[in-house]
Design a protein around this ligand. Structure first.
Ligand code: GDP
Length: 425
């Protein structure tokens, strides 16, 4: 039985917490795309952790965590996260790395930073983790797979051949120093040795586990609107965060995915540049930002203040549709408890017409939000555990969202901790 947990918005929907909760009843948790460019925040008995590379099941001794072939493996970040967990007394997690996953190379990170700098005011707001150059190289077929680390001759040849071109870019286009291929080679061999006990044929392992009836959780990073095919291109990420891609990026048959839980945030936030129709600014945004998450809405990877906005039914309905969501988890509802009135964006006005359909990027940039106002509940709801105990206005807000998306909300998260959750029948 396979479930996928994926974002319906722009990322940072609180997927980490929901995955952490559902991991408790899973045997396997898999990351299927992306790398250390986004982070999940998890708060549990060991403390607060920002995971970038590790799957969210690492805090459970019974869970096997898998980094699938679709991920962008930054070995240094992975080793640092494992060391930080060990330091804080978390038992060593069970972790498997696909031998077909590709490795983020030092030149990916360098080129990412150099290019953002060159773009100046036109930059995309990259986290500079090397993800765009990494996926570009993967599809350009000059990437390095984890398995290459164990074939020194092949590895050396690949590094030399790639650097011939990359060093030209670095030195001539960006005026940066070249990368030394011998140094990269020696470092990679060492890193390869460190992770060797974790590397295996994860696809074979998963196929066998599914036959044995194991419970599998697919953990998405970022959200639907950041998908390169269906999202707000080019302000997207470089790999697909959609449940449909999860089968590919993890290495499981698509028909095994029985439940797709789209995580939906009770308001909006986004990092990076690009159109964001229901965005708010100034004091209105600061008030929401400071109350958001468990310690304000600041990027888990970069610490950047997130852009804030009201709930957007047009974008979220579209996000849930492209995810193929079978149910929703509504998060961060407690955050809205300070508001007298809560605006919800119900349609877009574009060049004189009104639409409820999410448009292509050039039109999205021209869209103006049309708001409907909802009365606030003006109290702390984080201790509530039963749906019927929520204030009437909070239930009205939840039910409006549910109705406008057309998919049942099965779970409501009303605080950052594991126990802050309301299950709905
Ligand atoms: P992810 O990348 O989708 O996991 O999202 P983040 O890591 O940005 O998580 C959002 C933030 O909100 C984190 O700091 C969580 O601890 C916190 N959080 C998650 N769910 C809730 C919730 O229901 N209420 C509150 N107040 N905070 C939450």
């Amino acid at each position: 039985m396979v479930k996928a947990i994926v974002g319906a918005n722009w990322g940072d929907e609180g997927k980490g917490k929901i995955t952490d909760m559902l991991a408790a009843e899973s045997d396997i948790v898999i990351r299927f795309q992306g790398g250390s460019n986004a982070g999940h925040t998890i708060i549990n008995d060991y403390g607060k952790f920002a995971l970038h590379m590790l799957p969210s099941g690492v805090f459970y001794e019974h869970v096997t965590n898998v980094l699938g072939p679709g991920t962008a493996l930054n070995i240094n970040v992975l080793l640092k996260e494992l060391a930080a967990m060990e330091e804080r007394g978390v038992p060593k997690p069970k972790l498997l790395i696909s031998e077909r996953a590709q490795v983020v190379m030092p030149w990916h990170i360098l080129l990412d930073s150099c290019e953002e700098e060159r773009l100046g005011g036109k930059q995309f707001g990259s986290t500079k983790s090397g993800i765009a150059p990494f996926y570009a190289d993967k599809y350009y077929k000059i990437g390095i797979q984890v398995c290459d680390l164990y074939y020194p001759e092949i590895l050396k040849e690949k590094i030399y051949s790639v650097l011939e071109v990359k060093n030209l870019w670095l030195t001539t286009l960006y005026g940066a120093p070249p990368v030394d291929p011998d140094q990269v080679y020696v470092e990679l061999i060492k890193l390869g040795e460190k992770i060797a006990p974790l590397v295996c044929d994860t696809t074979g392992f998963l196929q066998k586990s599914l036959k044995e009836g194991k419970k599998v959780l697919l953990e998405g990073q970022l959200g639907a609107l950041k998908d390169p095919d269906h999202g707000i291109y080019p302000y997207t990420t470089s790999s697909s965060p959609l449940a449909g891609f999860a089968a590919v990026g993890a290495g499981i048959p698509p028909y095994e995915i029985k439940e797709i839980i789209a995580v939906v945030k009770a308001y909006s936030s986004s990092v990076g540049t690009g159109p964001f129709v229901s965005e708010i600014f100034g004091d209105e945004a600061s008030r929401l930002r400071e109350r958001g998450g468990d310690a304000g809405e600041y990027g888990a990877t970069t610490g950047r203040p997130r852009r804030m906005g009201w709930f957007d039914t047009v974008a979220t309905r579209y996000g849930c549709k492209i995810q193929g969501a079978t149910c929703l988890a509504l998060t961060l509802l407690d955050v809205l408890g300070y508001l007298d009135e809560i605006p919800v964006c119900v349609s877009y006005e574009i060049e004189g017409y009104t639409t409820q359909d999410f448009p292509v990027t050039p039109l999205l940039s021209k869209a103006k939000p049309v708001y409907k106002m909802f009365p606030g509940w003006k109290c702390d709801i984080s201790k509530i555990q039963k749906y019927s105990d929520l204030p009437d206005n909070a239930r009205r807000y939840v039910e409006f969202i549910e109705e406008s998306i057309g998919i049942p909300i099965k779970l409501i998260s009303n605080g950052p901790r594991r126990e802050n959750v309301i299950m709905r029948d």
